[in-house]
Design a protein. Structure first.
Length: 202
């Protein structure tokens, strides 16, 4: 029972401490508008990243898929609960950095979003929860097993076509995977740009 409870408690503690830190440095608990919306679809507005979900939420869900695959590769001996705790720690660290004064000022100067002063704490916590849902979905959908079968099939086909090139294939496949995974906002950014005319994610 202890092994099952501990990762959950650690995960919840990470989220709570991250939220407390953001409140301590002056981030708004929720939107200054005075109400909370389940979805806010207007990117170029003062309420963006202030409510429960918005156009950036799917990118955090994708983070969950990426964390699921990456942690399965490097920490597969850990239980799923501990891998979830590690993913939550990384995601919360990203949110803290993203909502630091330096990053916010940089974002305001580059995008001319002068009315943006950081994500609300509510939005930040919901982004982390979206990542967790993505990681859980990755496990339930069996994405790792499917990607393993696909990768094995592709490796065998390429190795058969070029005998002795297995090492080169592994290296090329790793590079391509990294290049594809480091920019999950690519397709989402295109959607946001097309629907709202905001190219920030790109």
């Amino acid at each position: 029972m202890t092994k099952r409870v501990s990762p959950l408690l650690v995960t919840l503690a990470i989220i709570a401490l991250s939220a407390a830190w953001l409140l301590w440095i002056g981030r708004e608990p929720w939107c200054k508008c005075g109400y909370i919306k389940l979805w806010h679809g207007e990117v170029v507005s003062a309420e963006n990243s202030q409510h429960i979900s918005d156009w950036y939420t799917p990118s955090h869900f994708i983070h969950g898929f990426l964390f699921f695959g990456a942690l399965w590769l490097v920490a597969r001996r850990l239980s799923f609960g501990w891998r979830l705790a590690i993913a939550t720690l990384v995601e919360c660290a990203w949110e803290i950095v993203e909502n630091s004064d330096a990053v916010i000022e940089r974002y305001r100067s580059v995008t001319i979003s002068l009315d943006y002063y950081g994500d609300s704490v509510l939005n930040t916590v919901c982004d982390v929860l979206a990542m967790m849902l993505g990681k859980i979905a990755g496990r339930l959908l069996g994405l790792q097993r499917a990607s393993n079968r696909l990768g094995q099939f592709a490796r065998e086909r390429c190795a058969a076509a070029r005998p002795g090139a297995r090492g080169q294939f592994n290296e090329a496949f790793t590079v391509c995977t990294v290049l594809f995974c480091v920019a999950p906002l690519g397709p989402l950014g295109a959607v946001v740009d097309g629907l709202g005319g905001h190219s920030g994610p790109l």
